[in-house]
Write a protein that binds this ligand. Structure first.
Ligand SMILES: Nc1ncnc2c1ncn2[C@@H]1O[C@H](COP(=O)(O)OP(=O)(O)OP(=O)(O)O)[C@@H](O)[C@H]1O
Ligand SMILES: [Mg+2]
Length: 388
């Protein structure tokens, strides 16, 4: 709809959040800190954001009554995950400003659409081939070669919906195991490192970029982000420029994250984009003048962009359910004895392996010291001196 809503939205307006996970929770904290009211839509009664919201609409993302309530009571609406049904975004956008818009979200929620969009606009990616049906497997294998990764086009996250494959038979088996859904076959790259950029962009086209994050993954899940990334200034600048160009090309409004693969000293390859704050941007909560969640509030409310200056080098470590042995608590004393380490817990009830339960960020004027402390804490958290 025409944007008749470009005036600033000020506290104590109500902001709508689609999704109640940890990203929604941290948005809720930022928004409520600034005096806004927050309405969260999530079908899970125990959702991390729902616990802290002013109003938790316990309903499906397509529920007409819940959507009508959001549209009538929220001054503006945003999302914390890319798999919101397009019809939901379209309905809400007909009544209220929704940021980011449905067009950007629909690209980010579909790997095929995302890769085709990136290619069309000249953003380099890993070599890929699309597999719509089993009949296209042979041609895709011939084009991409091995080793490769087969990724389901929709609904994958944290490395789920992916399989590493080293011959055509494995591709066939993995394609069948994913239910014959549309997939992308991608070259498995020898990564030098992985980087990401989080930025905020407003309607006027202004962009505020956070420093580049260097990301360590294990089993397809982000485990650690080191910021600023230990790469050359030229490489960091190339990543920042690429992320900004993507946001501009999308005419994006909101917080955008772009993940990059770095291979052999070449230009950054775009892995994927996220139309929301990103796990690798959690360092901004403690290490920057304004966090990525304050940025989300600011872009949603037509306020000036937040200040992205990083005041202290930072290492963020994810706390996965694995460190909650037998559902006992991790060795928190080993972490909390360090006043320059910040703990964030998401309020999830059950600690399952691989589930993101929280994170901590180590801060130090020396990035190496922050990293050493992050690793030391990591070793002790689930270690033998853990008395529940
Ligand atoms: N083509 C590839 N070559 C090398 N490593 C890869 C490749 N694709 C994925 N990976 C590894 O797996 C990780 C997860 O991949 P990807 O970002 O595609 O998955 P995801 O499930 O969408 O994850 P998330 O949403 O949590 O970022 C990457 O960050 C990287 O470490
Ligand atoms: Mg990813």
């Amino acid at each position: 709809m025409p944007d008749t809503f470009s005036a600033p939205i000020l506290p104590d307006a109500t902001l709508g959040m689609l999704g109640g996970g940890q990203l929604g929770r941290m948005f809720t904290i930022a928004a409520r800190t600034m005096g806004y009211r927050v309405m969260v839509l999530d079908p899970d009664p125990a959702s991390p954001a729902g616990q802290l919201a002013d109003v938790h609409l316990l309903a499906d993302y397509r529920d007409p009554g819940a959507l009508q309530q959001m549209a009538s009571q929220c001054a503006a609406i945003t999302t914390e995950f890319e798999n919101v049904p397009a019809a939901t975004l379209d309905y809400l956008a007909a009544h209220r400003p929704v940021k980011p818009d449905a067009a950007a979200v629909s690209i980010a929620q579909d790997r095929v659409a995302e890769k085709q969009w990136l290619t069309r606009y000249g953003f380099a990616t890993a070599p890929f081939a699309i597999i719509n049906t089993a009949g296209e497997i042979a041609a895709a294998c011939a084009k991409i070669g091995f080793p490769a990764v087969l990724k389901v086009s929709r609904m994958g996250y944290d490395g789920k919906g992916q399989a590493r494959v080293s011959d055509e038979a494995q591709v066939r088996a993995a394609f069948a195991a994913m239910g014959g859904e549309i997939c992308v076959l991608e070259s498995l790259l020898a990564l030098e490192c992985e980087l990401s950029v989080v930025l905020g962009r407003n309607k006027a086209g202004e962009i505020a970029r956070y420093p580049v994050s260097e990301n360590i993954h294990e089993s397809g899940i982000l485990t650690m982000s080191i910021v600023p990334a230990r790469v050359s200034g030229a490489l960091a600048e190339a990543a920042l420029e690429t992320a900004a160009a993507i946001a501009t090309r999308l005419d994006y409004c909101g917080v955008l994250a772009v993940e990059f693969f770095i291979v052999g000293g070449g230009q950054p390859l775009v892995n994927e984009i996220a139309p929301r704050p990103h796990n690798s941007g959690h360092f901004t909560l403690d290490a920057c003048l304004s966090s990525q969640f304050e940025m989300q509030v600011r872009t949603l409310c037509n306020l000036p962009l937040g200040a992205t200056i990083q005041h202290t080098p930072a290492v963020m470590v994810n706390l996965l359910g694995d460190v909650w042995h037998d559902n006992g608590q991790p060795n928190w004393a080993a972490l909390l004895e360090h006043p320059e380490t910040k703990l964030h817990i998401y309020g999830k009830q059950n600690a399952r392996p691989g589930r993101k339960m929280g994170h901590y960020t180590c801060l130090d004027a020396s990035l190496n010291k922050a990293l050493a402390q992050a690793l030391q804490i990591r070793a002790r958290l689930g270690g033998e001196d853990n008395h529940d």
